[in-house]
Design a binder for this molecule. Structure first.
Ligand code: BGC
Length: 859
């Protein structure tokens, strides 16, 4: 059953909105698709003529941004400035917008058509806001579950990312808006993102980390690319010759604009010579002061600058930016049609991971009371934090979505279930005063000024503050006496740039060392009745003042009284847990354990009600070990965009079959993830990089940590299927309310030698809905290459198709495998290669469950 906003009886658009809806849908469809014209001699002549009129200083000015989000204008050639905006989940520029289920949730839909639709909507939203460059999509591989921006990106698999990014880009660009694929490249963590060197061999880059960028350029014809902050094999992305010149502009023949991430440029001359076309947000390094003498002295060629200016001009001319206003009055700023798209993404992406005893779908007619509990239940959490965060018009929370659906006859109870963080800091019953010792050194050496206080509660939400030039470090010494035996939660939070280590009885238990962002950290202590512990917090503030919060609370005291009451009264409980902008986002990695208090909350609810449904808001896997065995249902709603609450309710109550499939392997622990041993910079191997003078900073040194991608190709399911071990839930997995079967695999046989010419290898099979309700299955095709000379991952995804089926219906699926489906990167030959011999094709509904298989031979 297809759910649309307008058909939903309890929808908030009921009745009066219908006329308005119709009018807006008509208006939206009136958008003139302004597909960029192909390169033409006229464009070239025009761009060259404009270039000729510019002085060298004017040209240099054009390759740096202004006012955070604009290209530079040049009135002498009638060139206005052009506007940029983020991106992945909604066009966030100044004011409310439609926030979609983008990023990882788009990947969970496995739906190319939806990716195009999403791109078109974002393109329209951009036109309605006069945006010329949309700063997305982000396609970095989800290498680890803790990377803070996974929610903005797509999946752990290069093929899935490539397949979705192409229609996404085509959709955006079809509206006359330039898409910007980012962050090129190997920016797979937020931890210390400015100060790490991602060190990977070429095969790993070519097979895992570059294909989505390659597809964006060579197939999606994206017109802008954004370099990342990090170094790659010893060179910052913005000056990386291999990535920018050899691969992007050389092999992939990228003709568009290569821009920096915001303040990701470190050396104006090196960046100019190694492919960077546009320094954003301002010319701190690629400016006249640096480049004029360099050009005079021969260190940079004027033709290099000309090439950058021409790339900008050609691209802008091709899009007609100088000929027409970017504002398109036929597009609605608030679009009901876009709300449909936001809803569709959420409906298609929600992934059912556990449904013991078929607790779902719920039957509203059998429910008198439903309790909706948890920090993510209300208000809505459409997306994570950072530059992608869009303010949506009226986001629908899970509480609202469920209440709308069940109607007035079902009693809906809601409680957040946990206190606010500041309450924990403020209400901690320390055993006596807390001693605060302030040292005038950065390392707690020398003498200290001390004072006593009752609590450690200086945490502030704002990240930045006035710089503190005087060295300072602060040590808090406190003791805590457990009144009763039990689990106690120790919770800490500080603000951007701050560092701390917290020790309990001399043992470090919480640590914050990231250079940029912060998320609250917590750990659980098992204490006996009357036990007293010593807590020391060594805190290094980054700015003036203090921003540390630290608290300790008995877990059972933390869960509100209402939780137990509501949970035991209700027929069914939906607990909405997970992350949000403050706990998962840009600038910091997130915790693998759910944010503080949520495990205890889930345990308390599950103990009070056996019909406990967990709805998870997260960019990837989380630690479920404390509660998964005690709850019958786990529904992964990722970050569902502004219509998430409606979609989650529709899935819970069976108005829509859960059709999302995991775009990442769901690990049990962070430590079992294959990247874990290699993820953090190698201890003791830091190097110092000298950064030359910039517009606003004297020459200075930065310390670079070295992140060795020793997991190589063994990312996600490649690792699990190669080692024969199993994650908690495999890549590609997701339950449905109906059942599907696969049959009749047809592929070239082992005996008849297959050939890739002229059309590739045809594989086909049938998918049948063997259950009683309509649903969608994602048929997945994996290739194995047992006779390869090089070691290859056991399985690699090389084809998929989302198939919608009525009960009893069968559809025949055909997938064509091209040469890349069988190739690996030959390190010695620096090229894609196919070793002739046997290949195995497997088809099924996850990376682990592939009922159909067939061997074939290629020569
Ligand atoms: C982010 C980019 C974003 C840019 C502009 C940076 O901090 O890394 O993804 O596009 O800001 O907002």
């Amino acid at each position: 059953m297809k759910t649309t906003l307008k058909s939903s009886a309890q929808s908030i658009f009921h009745c009066a909105a219908i006329l308005l809806c119709a009018a807006l849908v008509v208006a939206a469809s009136a958008v003139v698709a302004q597909a960029p014209a192909p390169d033409s001699p006229e464009i070239e002549a025009k761009a060259q003529a404009m270039l000729q009129k510019l002085t060298l200083e004017q040209k240099i000015e054009l390759i740096g941004g202004v006012d955070s989000m604009f290209t530079h204008a040049e009135p002498s050639i009638d060139l206005p400035r052009f506007k940029m905006s983020d991106a992945s989940v909604g066009v966030r520029t100044w004011g409310p917008t439609t926030a979609y289920a983008g990023g990882v949730m788009l990947a969970a839909t496995w739906d190319r058509d939806f990716a195009r639709k999403l791109g078109e909507s974002l393109g329209g939203d951009a036109r309605a806001r006069s945006v010329n460059f949309l700063l997305g999509p982000g396609v970095n591989i989800a290498r680890s579950p803790v990377a803070g921006r996974n929610f903005e990106y797509l999946s752990e698999d290069p093929f899935l990312n490539s397949q979705l990014v192409v229609p996404w880009i085509e959709g955006v660009q079809s509206k006359g808006v330039i898409a910007t694929v980012k962050h090129y490249a190997l920016n797979n963590q937020e931890y210390s993102r400015h100060d790490t060197d991602s060190e990977a061999d070429e095969r790993t880059m070519r097979e895992i980390y570059l294909p989505a960028f390659e597809a964006a350029v060579t197939k999606g014809h994206v017109d802008a690319v954004m370099n990342s902050y990090n170094e790659i094999n010893g060179q910052h992305a913005t000056q990386n010759e291999f990535l920018n010149l050899k691969v992007l502009k050389g092999e992939w023949e990228f003709k568009g604009v290569l821009m920096s991430d915001w303040d990701a440029t470190y050396d104006g001359i090196a960046a100019a010579n190694n492919g960077l076309d546009l320094e954003m947000p301002s010319p701190r390094f690629m400016n006249a002061k640096t480049l004029m003498p360099a050009i005079k002295g021969g260190a940079v060629k004027e033709s290099t600058i000309d090439d950058k200016v021409l790339r900008l001009l050609r691209t802008e001319l091709r899009y007609g930016f100088t000929e027409r206003p970017q504002f398109d009055p036929s597009v609605s700023t608030y679009s009901v049609a876009d709300r449909e798209v936001a809803l569709q993404g959420a409906l298609e992406g929600i992934t059912l991971l556990k449904n013991e005893g078929n607790v779902l779908p719920l039957d509203a007619s059998k429910i008198k009371t439903i309790a909706v509990i948890g920090p993510d239940a209300w208000p809505a959490v459409p997306g994570g934090g950072g530059s992608s965060q869009a303010t949506s018009f009226e986001p629908v929370s899970i509480v609202t979505g469920i209440a709308n659906l069940v109607g007035p006859d079902v009693h809906v109870l809601y409680t957040r279930g946990l206190p606010e963080m500041m309450e924990i800091f403020g209400n901690t019953n320390w055993n006596g005063p807390v001693k605060e010792s302030t040292y005038s050194s950065r390392d707690f050496s020398g003498s200290a000024a001390t004072q006593n206080q009752g609590r450690i509660a200086d945490y502030k939400e704002e990240w930045w503050g006035p710089a503190d030039k005087t060295p300072r470090s602060i040590r808090y010494t406190a003791s805590y006496k457990a009144a009763t035996a039990g689990k106690y939660m120790l919770l800490s939070a500080a603000s951007g740039g701050d560092k701390y280590v917290i020790k309990v009885d001399g043992k470090p238990v919480l640590e914050q060392t990231q250079a940029e962002g912060q998320v609250p950290e917590s750990t659980t202590l098992d204490l006996n009745a009357g036990q007293t512990i010593e807590v020391i917090a060594d805190y290094k503030p980054a700015f003036m003042g203090k921003r540390l919060g630290l608290g300790l609370v008995n877990e059972s005291d933390m869960i509100s009284e209402e939780v137990k009451k509501f949970a035991s009264t209700a027929d069914v409980v939906v607990v909405s847990v997970g992350y949000g902008p403050g706990t998962e986002g840009e600038g910091a990695d997130r915790t693998f354990t759910l944010p503080w208090g949520q495990d205890a909350l889930l345990e308390a609810v599950a103990a009070a009600n056996s019909h406990t449904i967990v709805a998870l808001t997260a960019g990837g896997a989380v630690d479920t070990h404390r509660w998964l065995d005690h709850v019958p249902v786990l529904l992964d709603n990722y970050y569902p965009g502004q219509e998430g609450g409606t979609a989650i309710a529709d899935v819970l109550f069976g108005k829509h079959d859960p059709e999302g499939r995991l775009p990442v392997s769901f690990d049990r622990t962070w430590e079992e993830n294959p990247s874990y041993p290699f993820y953090y910079p190698i201890k003791g191997a830091d190097t110092v990089l000298h950064v030359p003078q910039s517009a606003d900073q004297p020459p200075h040194d930065i310390t670079i940590g070295h992140v060795k991608y020793g997991d190589k190709l063994m990312v996600g399911y490649r690792y699990w299927t190669t080692t024969g071990k199993h994650p908690l839930f495999p890549f590609g997995f997701g339950l449905s309310y109906t059942t599907f079967s696969f049959a009749n695999l047809k592929a070239p046989s082992l005996a008849e030698i297959g050939t890739l010419e002229p059309k590739g290898v045809e594989v086909s099979f049938d998918v049948t809905n063997t259950g009683k309700t309509s649903g969608a299955e994602v048929a997945q095709l994996y290739v194995s290459d047992p006779s390869a000379k090089a070691q290859r991952p056991e399985r690699e995804l090389k084809g998929f198709e989302k198939v919608r089926l009525a009960p009893g219906e069968t559809k025949h699926v055909s997938i064509t495998l091209d040469s890349r489906a069988f190739s690996y990167w030959d390190e010695a030959g620096h090229k894609w290669t196919i070793d002739p011999g046997k290949f195995t094709i497997r088809v099924g509904d996850s990376s682990e469950d592939t009922p159909l298989s067939s061997d074939l031979t290629l020569q």
